[in-house]
Design a protein around this ligand. Structure first.
Ligand code: G6D
Length: 346
C-alpha cells in the first residue's frame, strides 16, 4: 500500500492511493475532489470515473466533476430559505436559484490536505473553513472530507463538520462513473439497481416539489437491476423534462441489514461492479444529460451526452423547505457526520 503525491497543475496537488490489489484512487486538494478510480482488469488499469488532468482544466471545462459539493448540494429555490424565524437570501448562480452552494463554493477551493497510512488502509483528508456569510450562508463552517482506500477495494468518503452558528449543511460528492473506461461511451448499457421505493419528481426548473412518488410502474423503478438506457429512452415526462435520462433524487429505503447494498452499477462487459452504501437518506442520480451539442474533451476523448452517471448521496435537494426529506440544519452544538462507501468488484 502506498500514497504518491504529485503536482496537479500550477497550485494543486494530487494524492494517489494504491492498495495491495493494484486499485488506485487519486484525489486532489482542489475541490477535495476524486480524479481517478481505476482497477487492473486483464493486465491494464481501467478508469472508472470521469476527470481531467489538472486543476486548471476543471476550472475551464467543468468544476463540479468529482468535487465535494456544498454547503448545500442541489438547488435552493429562489436562493432563499428560513432557519427558524430567520430568513436568508443566498447568492444565485442558476437562473433564480442557488445550485451546489452558489458560485465558487467548495469545488473551487484549495483545501488543506493530510495523508496517513494505518491498519491496512490509506487515507487522504481535506479540510476547509467556509467563512460566515460565504455566498450568504450563516456560520463559520469547518468541513473535513476524508477519503479512504482499503484492501477490500472499498473507497470510502467521510464527512465531518462543525459550525459556530445555526446553518444549513448538505454536502455530497459529485463523482461520475463510467465503467467502460471511456468518457466517449454512453453509460446506457450499464446495469443499475437502487433500493428505493420512492423518488422525488422535479418541476420544470429542476426543483423538487416535496412529493415522494412511488416508483412502481415507472421508469424510476430500479429495485431490480435494469439498463440505464431504460431511463435515457423513456418517454415518461419526468425523464423528458431533464433532457432524457435521470437527474432525480431516489429516496433510499431504510436499511435493515448493515451489509445491504443500496445501489449497484455494473459495467456492460460485467467485468466491474460498484456497490454503494451510505448513511444518507437519498441518492441523486444524474445521467450527465449534457445534450448532443456538448463536446468537451477529456483524457483525449470527447465527453459525450450520457458519458457518465452520478451517485450523489445526500439529503434530497429541497430539504430546507420540505422537511420530510430530512433535516439539513446544523447547530453550533452538533457535529455533522456522514459516510458513503463504494465497494469495487473486479
Ligand atoms: C447535479 O442535479 C444536478 C444537475 O442538474 C447539474 O447539472 C449537475 O449537478 C452539475 O447533479
Amino acid at each position: 500500500m502506498n500514497i504518491v503525491e504529485s503536482q496537479f497543475g500550477e497550485q494543486a496537488k494530487l494524492f494517489t492511493m494504491i492498495n495491495d490489489n493494484g486499485m488506485q484512487l487519486s484525489v486532489t486538494d482542489f475541490g477535495a475532489r476524486i480524479v481517478h478510480l481505476n482497477v487492473p482488469i486483464a493486465g491494464t488499469q481501467r478508469e472508472l470515473i470521469l476527470g481531467f488532468d489538472s486543476a486548471e482544466e476543471y476550472i475551464t471545462k467543468d468544476h463540479y466533476i468529482g468535487a465535494t459539493i456544498g454547503r448545500v448540494a442541489g438547488r435552493i429555490a429562489n436562493a432563499s430559505f428560513n432557519i427558524g424565524q430567520t430568513h436568508y437570501q443566498v447568492v444565485k448562480n442558476e437562473n433564480n436559484n442557488t445550485l451546489h452552494g452558489g458560485p465558487d463554493s467548495f469545488e473551487m477551493q484549495y483545501w488543506q490536505s493530510e495523508t496517513s497510512k494505518s491498519d491496512g488502509k490509506l487515507t487522504t483528508s481535506f479540510t476547509h473553513i467556509s467563512p460566515d456569510h460565504s455566498n450568504g450562508f450563516p456560520g463559520n463552517l469547518t468541513v473535513k472530507v476524508t477519503y479512504t482506500l482499503d484492501n477490500n477495494n472499498v473507497w470510502r468518503v467521510n464527512y465531518e463538520a462543525n459550525t459556530d452558528a445555526l446553518t444549513l449543511f448538505n454536502p455530497t460528492n459529485h463523482v461520475y462513473f463510467n465503467l467502460t473506461g471511456h468518457p466517449s461511451r454512453s453509460v446506457a448499457e450499464h446495469l443499475l439497481s437502487i433500493d428505493a421505493d420512492h423518488f422525488a419528481p422535479l418541476d420544470d426548473h429542476n426543483l423538487t416539489t416535496g412529493e415522494a412518488r412511488d416508483v412502481s410502474q415507472t421508469t424510476f423503478d430500479f429495485r431490480t437491476a435494469k439498463k440505464v438506457n431504460a431511463a435515457i429512452m423513456s418517454s415518461e415526462p419526468q425523464s423528458l423534462l431533464v433532457g432524457g435520462g435521470l437527474d432525480h433524487p431516489f429516496l433510499l429505503n431504510k436499511v435493515v441489514d448493515s451489509d445491504a447494498v443500496q445501489a449497484r452499477l455494473v459495467s456492460p462487459d460485467q467485468k466491474v461492479a460498484i456497490n454503494m452504501q451510505t448513511t444518507a437518506p437519498a441518492v441523486v442520480v444524474f445521467t450527465a444529460n449534457f445534450g448532443d451539442d456538448y463536446h468537451v474533451s477529456m483524457r483525449e476523448e470527447k465527453l459525450l451526452n450520457h458519458g457518465g452517471i452520478t451517485l450523489e448521496t445526500q439529503v434530497a435537494p429541497g430539504a430546507e423547505k420540505y422537511h420530510s426529506f430530512g433535516d439539513i440544519s446544523l447547530s453550533e452544538n452538533d457535529t455533522y457526520h456522514a459516510t458513503t462507501c463504494f465497494e469495487i468488484q473486479f
